[in-house]
Design a protein around this ligand. Structure first.
Ligand code: BGC
Length: 413
């Protein structure tokens, strides 16, 4: 009230900066160097509007730990203003009646017209906007060390056999071929690409989105697991439990040839001062070009008291501003969640990401990432994680993994 009175006295009552003053408490899992740099773009933007930021970081790529902490917070009636969230998790909170209604700000700013339907499907519940999408990431990428590729005369492989030949050449030269962190979500991230490369768009959809038992139990799925085992043979001995950003660092430091990871990895390369084309290469996982396995980070807004609503709306509005979507995603490695943002400030990988997303959207080859919560609800996703990771660690043969997958999905549905 005091601030409003002062603002009126100063004649600036209509300025967003003053009316939005307040605090937002935000739960997220952006704790790596590149992620923190991107988050700072958001914090600074809000601070310039008079909104302060109470940080609730919960480390752990893919956000599983963050979701566990969030559940505990909401259950004890202590929901944050907003939480970083993926796909089906957003819809779950919507169903539980925990979400704020952002329709007023969304209507005023015309979100319906600029956010692709594939994202709106996860940002709305019951016709109401409950979440603000900040980006689109995709998981079917490979990040490679340019110096190693140049030294060995290698170029980007275009199919699985070429990928294996490339990994083999890197191994012979004494580098770790594949930088990988042994965590279930990282193995599932590779699985997204291998399913798409092996079975194509139709198979990916049938198996991972429709959860069709025949597709899940097919020979094609056995080939997927065989290929996962081949990739497993190119990781180093110390991969267990390694965080994804430390795997990126192996490529950055020329210890490893490549990493199969979503484009948040680019944030690590940039944060280390590297440039695409000069120091590192980005290319689509061999055999997947033309399609995109996407995940969109959104900030799902929780119901808050009237004292926190202005700041919450300002957070939503800031996230959706076109200039912010450009500035943030240039640093994060992702691409804008709005279709009307220019690619002028993006590097070559970002420009390619934007082109690929637009054409996948137009050609119906845009697929939700299983690993990152956009293909199936958390119960199914976690059931698949268990099988994928057990197989990766040699607990199942490929044939056993296929039957375990069918059974696990059936039980979790
Ligand atoms: C998120 C990214 C994040 C990555 C690693 C993904 O699920 O969408 O924003 O950088 O996990 O933490």
């Amino acid at each position: 009230m005091k601030i409003r009175a002062l603002a009126l006295a100063l004649g600036v009552a209509a300025s967003g900066a003053v009316s939005a003053a307040g605090e937002v408490e935000v739960l997220h899992w952006w704790t790596s160097g590149g992620e923190a740099a991107a988050l700072n773009v958001l914090k600074d933007d809000l601070s310039s509007k008079g909104v302060s930021w109470a940080d609730m970081p919960v480390a752990g790529g893919g956000g599983e730990s963050a979701m566990t902490v969030l559940r505990a917070r909401v259950t004890s009636n202590n929901a944050p203003t907003a939480a970083q969230m993926l796909g089906y998790d957003i819809l779950d909170w919507g169903k539980q009646g925990a979400a704020a209604d952002l329709n007023a700000v969304a209507a005023k700013e015309g979100w319906d017209a600029v956010v692709p339907a594939a994202l709106q499907n996860f940002a709305k519940h019951d016709g109401k906007w409950i979440s603000a999408p900040v980006n689109v990431h995709s998981t079917n990428w490979v990040w490679a060390n340019k110096a190693i590729f140049d030294e060995l005369g290698l170029s980007a492989p275009i199919n699985f056999d070429e990928l294996v030949a490339t990994l083999e050449a890197i191994k012979k030269a004494g580098y770790t071929p594949l930088a990988h962190g042994g965590q279930a979500w990282q193995e599932a991230t590779i699985f997204d690409s291998v399913v798409l490369a092996t079975g194509g768009v139709g198979f990916y959809r049938k198996a991972l989105v429709d959860l069709d038992a025949d597709a899940l139990g097919s020979d094609t799925m056995k080939t997927v697991f065989d290929r996962m085992a081949i990739l497993r043979s190119y990781v180093d001995d110390n991969f267990s439990g390694r965080d994804w950003n430390l795997a990126s660092a192996m490529v950055i430091e020329k210890k490893a040839g490549m990493q199969i990871m979503g484009d948040w990895a680019k944030g690590e390369f940039l944060n280390a001062g590297q440039k695409p084309g000069d120091d590192f290469m980005c290319f689509r996982f061999p055999g997947t070009s033309g399609a995109v396995t996407f995940n969109s980070d959104q900030f799902m807004m929780f119901k808050v008291g009237s004292d926190r609503r202005d700041a919450q709306n300002q957070l939503a509005s800031s996230i959706m501003a076109p200039s912010f979507q450009s500035a943030f995603n240039v640093v994060k490695g992702s691409v804008p969640a709005r279709t009307d943002v220019s690619d002028a400030d993006f590097d070559a990988c970002g420009k390619k990401g934007m082109r690929d997303l637009a054409s996948a959207n137009a050609n119906n080859t845009l697929l939700g990432s299983l690993a990152h919560g956009h293909a199936a609800p958390a119960s199914v996703k976690n059931a698949m994680y268990d099988v994928i990771t057990a197989h990766f660690n040699g607990e199942y043969s490929s044939a056993d993994a296929v039957s375990e997958l069918v059974a696990a999905v059936d039980a979790a549905k």
